[in-house]
Design a protein around this ligand. Sequence first.
Ligand code: MG
Length: 433
Amino acid sequence: MTVSTPRPEISMAGEVEVPTAAPPWPHRDGTRITAVRAIATAPAGTPLVVVRVDTNEPGLYGLGCATFTQRWEAVVAYVEQHVARIVVGRHPADIEDITRSVGYAAYWRHGPVGNNAISGLDMALWDIAGKRAGLPVYELLGGRVRSAVPTYTHAGRATVEETLADARGFIDAGWTHVRLQVGQPGRGTYGAPGSRGGYPAAAHPDGWDVRHYLRTTPELFAQARAELGDGIELLHDVHSRLTPKEAVILARSLEPYRLFFLEDVLAPEYFDRLPEVRAASPVPIAVGELATSFVEAVRLVRDGGVDLIRCHISAIGGLTPARKLAVLSELTGVRTAWHSPADVSPVGAAANVALDVSSPAFGIQEGHVYPDPVHEVFPGTLRIERGWMRPNETPGWGIDVDEGAAAAYPAGRSGHDAWALGVRAPDGSILPP
Ligand code: MG
């Protein structure tokens, strides 16, 4: 995308409403935010939300990821009813002050709805900053420390044989890191199919049984190492269903298979127990996608709960807090593995990659191959080539949105409710999804 970055001397007197909370400093030019909107679309079926911030300079606007797929309607309402009226009239350069102002104006300022709305604004302002400077965002972050970013992809099927066949296909296609999940009775391990009626004698025959999971997961990785060799990095996502002691049992059982990381061993309710689990775990612990504030994410790193921090960066407020988290990680020996599956928009994925190429704390990047309709709606969406990603070299994120195409893929109700409400144990009790 080519965007002009004119710097005309614009007199703004009377042209833009100046908010009552205008900052007490002068700006060196007349650039001002004129509109903030949320765009919801589902070109691949998964609801995505992107915030567009417009300015009074011709052609100068920015895009930011605000995707909270499961409750996207609430984010759209937050952006349009609460964000726009605070920031219209501000100079787009003051990213830190503007995003803090929106948070403080709400008083209660943590949580995924508000943080996704603020993230959409935050990333859009970084996009504008890049366009004003004529630079890709990663250059604003200090420039490259690596040529390209290795990604991991997901192999998750009903059986071990099918999962490993998928993994071999990814390895042949160039990936060096593969997440392995295999089917289980009930709703399955997250990322792999389940099956009905696994426990006919149980109170809930369609349940998911932790004992079966703890027994079969090491078998998956034993077979994977035997068949895939030692040259590939293997990952696994527990998806929050274990107690702290079960997490230690699983981690120790996986030691012989040298995992690159073991993800989300505990639900957020037990984050305080992560340091003890990590201390007892012989495999690296990766947690963070369910952190819904910058403070919560900082505690995970600062208190020794993680080897890799993997936040959904829009859920903690966007690029501004995430780059601070990357610096904290660099200083504490933690690595980054930003969350980036189908429920991160291409703008959010580009923000992840901007951090990845510019941060010494980089560990690995989750990679999602967006289907063609996503590229149609979001021209400039990054592509994965033989497992590697590179940032766009165009100013800002280098990603646009075709709103006509977006409208052709309206966002509907997220399917997550139906999934989550079916994840139950054989005794009938509901589990983290
Ligand atoms: Mg995960």
